[in-house]
Every structure is written in C-alpha cells, then in structure tokens.
Design a protein around this ligand. Structure first.
Ligand SMILES: *C/C=C(C)/C=C/C=C(C)/C=C/C1=C(C)CCCC1(C)C
Length: 272
C-alpha cells in the first residue's frame, strides 16, 4: 500500500530506521550461514537449507527496499526536531509481497526436514503452502484499508485470514504430530521446538495487526501505532525466518548424524 504517514518524534523515526537496517544485516548474515552450512548435512537435507537461504534472501531484499522507502517517506524538520511525512509514499506492500513468497516456503522447510514417509511430503507441502499463501492474501485488504475497527474492514479480513491460519496450526499439531512421534527422542524434541517457535512468532503477527484497533487511528494521527507495527513485524520476521532457519539446521544436522553421515567431514580445514 502507498500510505500517508503521521509526524514522528526523532526517537520513533530512528527506532524504525535502525530496526530496518539491522534486519537487512541479519538476513544477509543468515543467508551466508545457510548456504555455507549445507555441506555439513546429508545430501537429502540440503534442500531444506536451500529453502531457508531463499527465504532470508527474499526477506533481505525486501527489507532493503522497505528501508529505502522509509527513508524517502520522511524529512527532518529541524525547527520541530521531528520527522515529517515528505509526501513520498511509504510502500508497505513490499512486506505483504515478501510474506506471500516466504511464508509458504517456511512451511515447506519444515515439511522437508521432517522427511515424511514416501509420497507424503509433496501433498503435505502443497496443502500447507496453499493455506499459508491464502492467509496472507486475505490479510492484505484489511491491512491497507486504512480502517482501524475490530468490527469493520480491518477486523473482517483479519478474521478471514485467521481461518487458514487455524487450519495450518491444526495440521501442524495433529497430522504432523504423528510423524514426530516416529522420530528419535532428540529429533522429536528439536522438531517440537521449531513448531513452538513457529506458533509463537506467527501468532505475533495477528497481534501486531490488531494494534491500530487499540492505539488510536491509522495512518493519519497515530505515530505510536505506526512505529509499533513496523518494529513489531520486524522483530517477528527476524525470529520467524533467520531464527527458525537455525532450528531447521539443527534438526537436519541431528538427522544427518543419526543416519550415519559424518557431519564434520567437510568442515575440516583443507590439509588437516
Ligand atoms: C516471515 C513472515 C511471516 C512468518 C509472516 C507471518 C504472517 C502471519 C502469520 C500473518 C497472519 C495474519 C493473520 C492470522 C490475521 C491478520 C492478518 C495477518 C496477515 C497479519
């Protein structure tokens, strides 16, 4: 969405600015880690690291664009010591485009690393990926509506978006629960942790989405809501993409060891 923005205090503006900058760096670092760490894994688990690398690459690119858009959307009013809307719109659609691509990939990562019985991975990844994309697509009209009411446009699309979200969690905790039981204790614990991280970080997004329903109007007059939404989504993205990718790596590594792959073989320095 191309959205008009309220005047922010220097502290609010800088907080968002610094968070965007930090996120670009985090996503780039995570990308390098996921690419480099693949060689430590049995070949069949490398694909899940490849998907993790894609997710943080896509997110890093979008954060770079969001960061630039934020910078252009504000100018410093030195007399006021505050940042005013420059007239150049802040493009928040980058965020939803990013989610539309990365959220299905995040569920695919988990399905791949679980290594489901023959023939189950494809359909499972497809149905969860579809639900994830539907969730984001349904949230978008509410996010950009400019409406802030619980029983209005924002609330309605938010509710519709919650339906595929609940379905996704249901499948993760029921059908995929059975698959977890069949893994070794260590792997079951690691997968359980990744699933919990997913539950808590993903659960954070609808809460942030509801912020404008509780702190004043948006976009016009609520600087607090603007800064809170941007910082909230940013923290959630770092945990749900980079942090989650590291947990997926740990699962893949534990499974590689169990399956007899020498995970350190390639990690030795040349000539050692
Ligand atoms: C990397 C980005 C991630 C993991 C984004 C996840 C986003 C969600 C789980 C969003 C969910 C929403 C609802 C369940 C209802 C309100 C609208 C959304 C799109 C914020």
């Amino acid at each position: 969405m191309l959205q008009e923005l309220p005047t922010l205090s220097a502290a609010q503006y800088s907080l968002v600015y610094n968070m965007f900058s930090f996120t670009v760096a985090t996503m780039a670092a995570a990308f390098v880690f996921f690419v480099m760490s693949q060689k430590n894994l049995a070949p069949k688990y490398r694909i899940s690291m490849m998907v993790s690398a894609l997710v943080v690459f896509i997110a890093g690119y979008h954060y770079f664009r969001i960061f630039n858009s934020w910078e252009a959307a504000y100018t410093l009013n030195e007399a006021m010591g505050a940042y005013e809307y420059s007239g150049e719109p802040f493009n928040d659609a980058y965020r939803y485009v990013d989610w539309l691509l990365t959220v299905p990939l995040l569920v695919v990562e988990l399905v791949l690393v679980m290594d489901l019985p023959e023939g189950r991975s494809g359909p499972m990844a497809a149905k969860l990926g579809f639900a994830a994309a539907l969730m984001i697509a349904l949230g978008y009209p509410g996010e950009v509506s400019g409406d802030t009411s619980l029983f209005g446009v924002r609330g309605l699309w938010g509710f519709l978006s919650t339906l595929p979200f609940v379905y996704l969690l249901y499948v993760l905790f029921t059908e995929l629960g059975d698959v977890i039981q069949k893994q070794s204790d260590e792997v079951a614990k690691l997968i359980g942790n990744a699933r919990l991280l997913l539950l808590f970080t993903w659960g954070f997004y609808p809460i942030v989405y509801m912020v404008p329903m509780f702190i004043g109007g948006y976009p016009g007059e609520a600087p607090g809501a603007v800064a809170t939404i941007q910082v909230g989504y940013t923290i959630a993205d770092i945990c749900a993409k980079a942090g989650y990718g590291v947990l997926i790596y740990n699962i893949a590594r534990a499974k590689s060891v169990e399956e007899g792959f020498d995970v350190d073989e390639y990690a030795e320095p040349v000539g050692a």
